[in-house]
Design a protein around this ligand. Sequence first.
Ligand SMILES: Cc1cc2nc3c(=O)[nH]c(=O)nc-3n(C[C@H](O)[C@H](O)[C@H](O)COP(=O)(O)O)c2cc1C
Length: 187
Amino acid sequence: MAACVIISGSPYAQGKCARSARAIAKALGATSGTTVTLFSIAEMDIHGCIGCDTCKDTGTCIYEDDEVKVHAAIDGADLVVIISPIYFAGVPSQLKALLDRFQPYFWKRQELIADQQSLPPKRPLILGLVGEGGDPYGTEAAFVTLASPLALADLGVVDRFSFIQASETMIVEQLKVSIEKIQGGEA
Ligand SMILES: Cc1cc2nc3c(=O)[nH]c(=O)nc-3n(C[C@H](O)[C@H](O)[C@H](O)COP(=O)(O)O)c2cc1C
């Protein structure tokens, strides 16, 4: 595996997701041949999409903020891992802002479809949702919220986990196993 992107979707820089993402990035970074790019939503400035559709014509967003770095890293990634808290059966608004900014990918895909060009193969995506439980609506909506925009960037879910009342160690170990499984499959 050459390039791995890890995103913590928590707005809390010292929370479970951010800490787990840092631990996984550190472990992966020590693996020979793997480059890791780590993003923490808590430390990023990302404007929400306003639906102006400028990206339909230009291919890029009117906002030149931290999203630009995320798209560049995702475009060059062999594997993407997202670790996010569940907020009211969805994802935190700060992460949703990042996801809504995937609209340029939507228009690019529409162009390919209109030109009857083949769509690129999907690259692997691992999702980890972290919650305390107790919400009757569960985690399915949050998984779909993540999978939908990421599919437009040619990423397909290969593994997904609901970490309810899980320790940081459990989260890190489970995701490391999942990443190693994918890396092993490629070798
Ligand atoms: C606004 C808010 C809404 C939440 N909604 C849910 C929920 O619907 N389901 C759930 O399991 N946990 C929910 N939680 C708990 C968080 O997902 C949990 O505390 C998580 O570990 C936070 O991750 P972090 O420590 O990385 O920030 C909610 C927490 C907050 C602050």
